[in-house]
Design a protein around this ligand. Sequence first.
Ligand code: THU
Length: 150
Amino acid sequence: MKTTAIISRLMETAIAAQKHAYCPYSRYRVGAAVLTESGRIFAGANVENASYGLSICAERVAIFNAAARNERTLKAVCIVASAAKPCGACRQVMMEFATKDTVLYLIDLNNATGRRRVTKTTVFKMLPAAFDPIASGLLPPNPRNLLRAK
Ligand code: THU
């Protein structure tokens, strides 16, 4: 499959996932999808809780879904919301499984009009000066780690 077709599948998966958000408290629906190194796509949506702090973002649901299936390298991540931007916690979680090339697509979707605005960036750009345990000598080098590219 061509890259453009794969990326549009990734985006459509994230848009479909947004509909499954469980967000009775914020009413802010977020959908996410990740494309892993093997070419598989995993979806996620935000899932809130009456104890607000236990809520989890869509990005983390998608990434943990992939990681729990042994899919630990992200080629691309897509987030859909009105004014989609990953929170700081999700940026750190993305870094765990990202490479320098992991692409991030932010889709600003207006559900009333159907208008979409797509911003393309990278996980590394979204989290400059990230916590780097290997460079800090806290962990032995791991070939699957994002820091191998440094
Ligand atoms: N949320 C996400 O799912 N992803 C983000 O990037 C930002 C925030 C969720 C968490 C909560 O359910 C709701 O949006 C409002 O903060």
